[in-house]
Ligand binder design. Structure first.
Ligand SMILES: [Fe+2]
Ligand SMILES: [Fe+2]
Length: 363
């Protein structure tokens, strides 16, 4: 019996104090003693990850953006009947969305690249989150471009053969637009991580001011239901992007160095030239275009307008663009940033040279 009791006693004590646990403790201390320091991670890496917060307001904006409240596939595309338009009207509508896609179609990758930059630069978490929401929104805008183009010209913008002179002019213009888009992307991609955040955000702000202006105007003018809804929704998204940029800049602009300010003046001129490609008409400074481009685009705009797309006249666009630029100026004036002269829309200011490599903004 005794031996049975002894065995039970031994068993009970082994349950209370498992020998493995003692070994574990010893091993952990031994391990801790033997640990080595992890190598230092070079700068501009996305690691180490941290979740710092300096501007909690950006979390509120991000929370409001989690659900954009619409989706391209839920718009009333079934109300869009291409056969109600003439062939040239279809070419002209598809053309305008191809022009838009230089800006809104490149939006997802431009902002995705900028989002990676916010990780590499160890920006606060809510900025990274906001950029993520912008990437998602831009993907929706890019989808609208694609859907509209394909509805009007199946296999468009380039995979079909236009049959009328206007259609052929549209094709040629689109090829030139995309060539210039490729030059923009090359410059942006090479330079994005060389700019400080205030410079980047001022340029993005310019893009958002431009896009919210454009979509607001077209929403009011278009008579095509599915595009009316699309312009309204895209305009709302762009307004939210504007809010993100302003919230970030409220923090950044008071800390600008004189060099930053000078660079921003140059960037504003470059951004204006680039964005004029859709807000007004492409100035030759950046845009490398053949002489046929502007007359062809004007003819296409006229036909798209006759189809009810809602493209503003050149005079209306000039006025709108000027108003938008002045809004931009009002945001920057309090921080002592000199505004560049923009003679194309009648705004005087500091004469600066145009630098194609300084183009950053996008919708
Ligand atoms: Fe935007
Ligand atoms: Fe956009």
């Amino acid at each position: 019996m005794n031996s049975v009791n002894d065995k039970l006693g031994n068993l009970a004590s082994s349950i209370q104090e498992p020998p493995e646990k003692l070994t574990e403790v010893t091993d952990l201390e031994k391990l801790l003693f033997e640990t080595g320091e992890a190598p230092v991670i070079e700068k501009k890496n996305i690691f180490p990850l941290e979740w710092n917060v300096q501007t909690p307001k950006l979390y509120d904006i991000y929370d409001g953006a989690r659900d954009p409240g619409w989706a391209p596939n839920k718009l009333p595309w079934d109300t869009l009947d291409p056969s109600k338009f003439t062939q040239d009207q279809r070419y002209a509508i598809a053309y305008w969305f191809s022009l838009l896609s230089v800006f809104d179609g490149s939006g997802p990758v431009v902002f995705a690249r900028a989002m990676i930059y916010t990780y590499e630069a160890k920006e606060e978490d809510p900025i990274r989150k906001c950029f993520f929401s912008v990437v998602r929104d831009e993907m929706n805008h890019e989808e609208i471009c694609g859907r509209a183009i394909k509805a009007m010209t199946p296999n468009g913008p380039l995979g079909y053969e236009p049959t009328t002179p206007l259609g052929k002019l549209a094709r040629n213009n689109v090829e030139w637009l995309y060539y210039n888009g490729s030059r923009y992307w090359k410059g942006f991609n090479a330079a994005v991580d060389k700019y400080s955040l205030p410079i980047l955000f001022t340029s993005f702000l310019f893009g958002e001011v431009a896009s919210s202006t454009l979509f607001h105007g077209m929403y009011e003018k278009t008579t095509i239901p599915v595009f009316k809804e699309a312009f309204k929704r895209i305009g709302q998204d762009e307004g939210r992007h504007l809010g993100i940029c302003l919230a970030v800049l409220q923090k950044l602009l008071p800390q600008l160095t004189p060099e930053d300010k000078e660079m921003i003046t140059l960037q504003l001129r470059a951004g204006f030239v680039f964005l004029s490609g859709i807000l007004f008409e492409p100035p030759e400074h950046f845009w490398q275009l053949p002489e046929t481009f502007i007359p062809a685009q004007r003819a296409l705009e006229e036909v798209a307008r006759s189809a009810g797309l809602g493209i503003l006249t050149l005079e209306e666009r000039k006025e709108n663009w000027k108003t938008a630029v002045l809004r931009m100026k009002a945001n920057l004036d309090p921080y002592g940033i000199e505004f560049p002269a923009l003679p194309e829309v009648g705004i005087s200011g500091k004469e600066v040279s145009f630098d194609a490599e300084k183009i950053i903004p996008i919708f």
